[in-house]
Design a protein around this ligand. Sequence first.
Ligand code: NIG
Ligand code: FE
Length: 428
Amino acid sequence: MWDTLWVDANLATMREGGAPYGEIRRGALAAKDGRIAWIGFAADLPGHAVDLARDVRRCDNAWITPGLVDCHTHLVFGGDRAREFDLRLQGASYEDIARAGGGIVSTVAATCAASKEELIESAARRLAGLTREGVTTVEIKSGYGLDLATEIKMLEAAGELARRGDVRVKRTFLSLHALPPEFKDDRAAYVALVADVMIPAIAAQGLADSVDAFCETIGFTAEEGDYVFSAARANGLAVKLHAEQLSNQHGAALAARHEALSADHLEYLDEAGVVAMAAAGTVAVLLPGAFYFLREKQLPPIAALRGAGVSVAVATDCNPGTSPLTSPLLAMNMACMHFRLTPEEALAGVTREGARALGLGDEIGTLEVGKAADLAIWDVQAPAELSYWLGAPLLRERVFGGRVVSTFDQNTPSSFGAHRFTMSRNGG
Ligand code: NIG
Ligand code: FE
């Protein structure tokens, strides 16, 4: 007997190699003990639905996708940067503001000043934005502390969000994010502190799964990144990198040399970087929210990434400076509009490929027997609509580990979902 069986559903399994979206129309999916126990055509179910599961849920032809994976966020931080937004609209660049002592360093001050509880509360609101659009796994980076105590406070806050939020959290120690002002005359001392003290401490306490860095003219050099990545790997942590966001620092190739899970941003990635990523199996994480919010003009080399067979993920990069975005669906739309991803690539980017970028490809990201029963159930007629609507309430049900954790009532006449989307699904 299964715990839950969803019927009258269309499934976008996102498995590779078959039909677009790995689709199964008129499908059914069963969960038992938190895992997917059966998936296929409803006609092939081994009996009557009511005899097969304790809870049988009818989906009215809604689409079931894997729960979304937001594989790159800075969800935990103090304050905001709305003032800086104003300055940028008046013509200041992101780099100008950072060099003048604003930017990341100003969020560091606000994050140091905030209590852990305050960080949890403000991040929980942003997390709610993600989960109401079907996110079941989110990566959260530190990096607004720059001292060990504040970095630990951020990582603990991220862990607490997992306990409270019906969501899986992967934590990343964003070690080299900005140089603390007190180290301005001794960069090497800060890099050594990160590599020799902070990374071992964070690894020993099990506070992070990966180590990230910001390889950029206003961040850190590839050599400095190389040093902390060696420390990360020696301490059993995976690595990821903010690479080639504002200029080509050859960070992606560095990341690939350390068998990085992902290199992220990549607007200025060159052919050698693409080749290195392909050889290492490093996922390219595209962050169209930051591209949009910085009014960037340089496009990541999508055709080259496709041609080389590099996995491409899409994420919100939710952060106060470059991407105050809490909508994975809008990130998908932006990936299509700005980067010319197909709607199928965009959905793969926030499911299968997002999972790969977190080293979770065997656990989540596609609908397959044995994987975690993390699902998003959508009131759409076709999965391409997930990249198409802007700001529409498409989610009908969110399922985490086999448990229905959010439902949005489609039968309330006043609800946008019932009026617009259910009617349109019936052809009206
Ligand atoms: O992903 N570029 C580095 N890190 C963030 C921005 C951080 C900030 O501006 O607060 C990013 O774009
Ligand atoms: Fe980022």
